[in-house]
Design a protein around this ligand. Sequence first.
Ligand code: NAP
Ligand code: GLV
Length: 309
Amino acid sequence: MVVLFYSDIDDPRPWRAALARALPELDFRVWPDIGRPEEIDYALVWKPPGGMLASLPRLKAILSLGAGVDHLFLDAQLPAGVPITRMVDAGLAPQMSEYAMYGVLHFHRCMDRYAIMQREGLWKQLPAIPPAQRTIGVMGLGVLGGDFACKAQVMGFHVIGWSRRAHGLEGVGEYHGADGLAAFLAATQILVNFLPLTPETHGILDRALFARLPRGAFLVNLARGGHLVEDDLVAALDSGQLGGAMLDVFVQEPLPEGHAFWRHPRIVVTPHIAGLAIAELMVEQVVDNIMRLERGETPTGLVDRRRGY
Ligand code: NAP
Ligand code: GLV
């Protein structure tokens, strides 16, 4: 069995070692040293170059190195009919929830304002708001958003969520679909985005959405840069409609030099680190999926191409 690895950011060495321990007979090849293209069974990839997957004539499945698969749909030659899987947690959920909680606490505990006060040498205690009086709105209640919604609730926050279908998360006020969005936003004080990037969600974090949030609300975006209309965010922050934003993902990554976000006083920037791929934690799911596919069974995280996630 031959697995081809491609990533523009992940080091193949831990993957080679982890896969060799789990499946010693597996032949692990790293792009561009692929040998004969017709020998490749599985492609384990992050942001593969357009046309790369189409050049593998006997590909049995495309395994995304992340939870998101939008990077695959950018390829105009993405082979039709080849199953696509995504990572289902596989070590991402704890990291993503940590990041989201860090973002929530940054704004909830006024750390943005205390950082400014420190620079000014100003000693002043700002009023405290109990977590039960702070409403966190979680967009996307899937594997990662659902994990965070439950953990935020344990911390005592009032948590509501928005998704397409009901998830029945205990204690989480759920809103669904286009009809539920306005009421969800009207109640949200800190908006945390966990949506997948699809044609339906592209540009969803725009001026119209920000206008529906209570004045001074905060945004934590750790899903995808394509969800956010960047100029609309700057306008909402500058007008005071939004109080601050913590952003891990961007339309263009790395965030270009000179981009307005780098120096904006109300924006915290991190370099797409909310959920990193840790080979040791992901390898079990990859191996299990290869075994399932070899047996003709449904793999974990099978992507619905029509939905786009
Ligand atoms: P998931 O389990 O598929 O959950 C997606 C959630 O979004 C589901 O609740 C889904 O609703 C909801 N949703 C999708 N389209 C919607 C729409 N049009 N309207 C309302 N709700 C919609 O995905 P996941 O594993 O939680 O991952 C979420 C995303 O996190 C990934 O796609 C990726 O972009 C991002 N991510 C970022 C990082 C990072 O480092 N920054 C790391 C990992 C993942 P239903 O439940 O009704 O289907
Ligand atoms: C990272 O962004 C992922 O989708 O796992």
